[in-house]
Write a protein that binds this ligand. Structure first.
Ligand SMILES: [Zn+2]
Length: 279
């Protein structure tokens, strides 16, 4: 019965074939192991269950704007630490490590580009940078993208991804909500379209300001969208909360957003909407 037994010794480390870490990804929706290359081709949407992986602002630029049309603006603006705040570590240190991780000095990438025949101003939030939280620089860059839209009389598109206010900047963080909202109000007065795209996750002060103020509010499937966390809400209203009540689909069915659009259809959808709104 020896054929049931392994006679071969296990491979030593030097005999094992090197498989790079980035060849496969595991889907968080269905747990399937996916080829990273195929996942990139499907715009990081799981081909089996439609789970939308989080993607970076640069990937949204590639996805939404025409090839080579993007021109970044305000790239040299820097974060400030007005309160010299320290929690588990100094805020300044937190900013430096986020800058190193993301390769950019802000949680927003902004600029201008084209979607088909439409020139647009865009601001795209980066959840990897201190949770995409709303600090003064984030608010300033979104407001400036709005002002660029006003100056050139073109539509504004903001892609949101945020954990909420940046508490290390205290009141300066909250002031951004008014600043961004006032620029959006000017766009509205001038009749220039503003499209808001809510991605996973969009919460806190960002949901309470520019993310929900679009002429059209679009969400990606399955995105977490809310203001306060479920525990805070259930403690406040003393009621059990429905399952999945902070998802794109739940918000759509309760009239809080206008549509849920698969990432692979986003560019076409936005281009069509812009054509309807401005001709
Ligand atoms: Zn999946």
């Amino acid at each position: 019965m020896t054929w049931f037994h392994k006679n071969k010794a296990p491979l030593t480390n030097s005999e094992k074939r090197d498989v790079p870490n980035d060849v496969f990804d595991q889907c968080k929706g269905c747990d399937k192991i996916l080829y990273a290359e195929k996942l990139i081709q499907s715009l990081r949407v799981c081909p089996s269950c439609n789970y939308h992986f989080r993607i970076s602002p640069d990937e949204y630029v590639d996805l939404l704007l025409d090839d080579g049309s993007f021109e970044e603006i305000d790239a040299n603006l820097k974060n400030e630490d007005p309160l010299k705040f320290t929690d588990l570590k100094p805020y300044g240190e937190r900013l430096r490590s986020a800058e190193r991780k993301v390769g950019r000095n802000s949680a927003v990438l902004s600029g201008m580009g084209t979607i088909g025949s439409h020139r647009v101003a865009v601001a795209l939030m980066d959840f990897r940078f201190v949770g995409g939280s709303m600090g003064s620089l984030v608010g300033e860059k979104i407001a400036r993208a709005g002002r660029a839209a006003l100056d050139y009389r073109i539509p504004l598109i903001v892609v949101s991804a945020s954990g909420g206010a940046r508490m290390q900047e205290g009141i300066y963080s909250l002031m951004q909500l008014a600043k961004t909202s006032s620029v959006l109000a000017r766009l509205h007065t001038e009749g220039l379209p503003y499209i808001s795209l809510l991605t996973d996750p969009t919460t806190g002060g960002v949901t309470a300001s520019h993310a929900m103020l679009g002429d059209i509010n679009i969400a990606e499937p399955g995105a977490l969208i809310g203001f306060a966390g479920p525990r805070v809400i259930s403690d406040t209203i003393r009621q059990e909360l429905p399952e999945d009540f902070q998802t794109s689909e739940f918000l759509l069915s309760h009239g809080m957003i206008d549509c849920v659009v698969d990432r692979r259809d986003l560019k076409y959808t936005i281009e069509t909407l812009l054509t309807h709104m401005i001709g």
